[in-house]
Design a protein around this ligand. Structure first.
Ligand code: CO8
Length: 373
């Protein structure tokens, strides 16, 4: 059986930061303006006033301190509360492909490869910029790759689900060198005017190179020991935006056309699922959770990760076992666990075992067990 490794990773970090203080100030001004506008309806008891957001709540409830965004323009404007992206002509590289190509070049350089070595491109993210042609094919063209490419969306688990497809393609011989990219432009599909979720997400793009162990030349190689994916239908995280909207005469600005969730329900339901998933995956490979040197977990909520780990190893663990990146990046959907892997693996030694695990909308859970070569 072909042994498969992750031989390089890359990270595109957007140029703009929005702190919690800036975010809350803009949101609270927006809420004030709305309350003034609807003062009569509020006074008549026909409408609830909008409550204010707070930095303390955000940091305590989630652990998020700031987020990166591709453009800041518009997001903090109480009259808009939405990013302002310049539309690009068809002839120009699209924004999603641009950030993916940037992360891809970094991952390829780390793996000692060029675009010409790649024969499969998977663009896996929680939303695609357009319906077609596939983003992956534009990215394939931008980096000069051969073979073929396609898009995948499993929301927050897009990266781990794509990793399994990449590993299987190399094992089966249908590809030799696979590029997985996760361009997450979450700022364009969250509702910045909803205090329950306005703080949750950030933009970013991650990239991974997956290839056979015997073609890998990078000194930093991680053998994929196993992959395990699971899904279970839930409406607790949902976005109804889609190509049927116009035909349904739907209001494109309606609340259900952007990210929404029942956060507490998600927290309660997903924690036990994720812990059981990781435990059973490790057991099937003959390992105990306590043998894992590092867990690169999905980055949605600091408390969620602590609880998943407590269930696995029966005690509190620190950043050395389960590094946190969501304080700096916020929730970056599918890219979160990959950012953690990208930034927090250099100190591990040959033989060390690690687990990359995502969990989120669907519900979906994906775990990848790796060993440092
Ligand atoms: N400021 C002040 N108060 C607030 C705020 C705020 N910003 N927001 C809510 N509150 C209030 C609530 O109204 C509530 O008030 P009351 O008690 O009077 O009703 C109180 O605070 C408590 O609210 P919650 O119960 O909602 O608070 P929680 O402690 O549960 O924290 C979290 C909310 C942080 C959202 C938490 O529940 C959480 O993180 N849950 C896990 C969510 C999760 O993991 N989701 C995964 C989603 S990501 C994913 O799958 C990818 C989807 C695709 C990507 C989309 C990209 C856009």
């Amino acid at each position: 059986m072909t042994r498969v490794v992750i031989s390089g990773t890359g990270l595109y970090r957007p140029p703009h930061v929005i702190s919690n203080a800036e975010l809350v100030e803009a949101y609270n001004r927006y809420a004030e303006l709305q309350n003034e506008r609807h003062a009569d309806a509020i006074a008549a008891g026909e409408r609830q006033p909008m409550a204010s957001s707070s930095v303390e709540f955000i940091e305590k409830a989630s652990g998020i301190k700031q987020r990166y965004v591709l453009v800041k323009d518009g997001v903090l404007d109480p009259a808009r509360m939405y990013p302002r992206f310049e539309p690009r002509p068809d002839e120009q590289l699209s924004l999603m492909a641009e950030i993916a190509a940037d992360a891809a070049r970094q991952a390829l350089a780390a793996a000692g490869k060029t675009g010409a070595d790649v024969d499969m491109v998977l663009c896996a993210a929680s939303n695609m910029q357009r319906a077609y042609p596939a983003m992956a094919i534009e990215i394939q063209n931008a980096i000069g790759a051969g073979g073929y490419g396609f898009d995948m969306n499993v929301a927050c688990s897009s990266a781990t689900f794509a990793l399994e497809q990449a590993v299987n393609a190399v094992k089966s011989g249908s590809a030799r060198c696979v590029l997985v990219v996760n361009p997450e432009i979450t700022s364009a599909h969250i509702e910045w005017r909803d205090r329950d979720c306005h703080f949750i997400f950030g933009d970013v793009c991650t990239a991974l190179v997956v290839e056979a162990a015997d073609t890998a030349t990078s000194a930093d190689r991680w053998e994929v020991m196993g992959t395990k994916l699971a899904t279970k239908f839930s409406n607790a995280i949902r976005n109804n935006f889609g190509f049927m909207n116009s035909a349904e005469d739907a209001d494109p600005d309606a609340r259900d056309k952007k990210f929404r969730q029942e956060g507490r329900k998600v927290f309660k339901e997903v924690v036990p699922m994720a812990a059981a998933h990781i435990a059973s995956h490790l057991a099937a490979l003959g390992h105990e959770p306590t043998q894992v040197r590092r867990f690169w977990l999905h980055q949605a909520n600091v408390g969620m990760n602590q609880l998943v780990l407590k269930k696995l190893v029966d005690h509190e663990v620190g950043g050395d076992i389960a590094p946190l990146i969501l304080d700096e990046y916020a929730n970056t959907a599918s890219a979160g666990s990959i950012i953690a892997f990208h930034e927090h693996r250099a100190d591990l030694a040959a033989g060390h075992l690690g687990v990359i695990c995502s969990f989120g909308a669907g519900y979906s859970i994906g775990s990848i067990v790796v060993r440092k070569c």
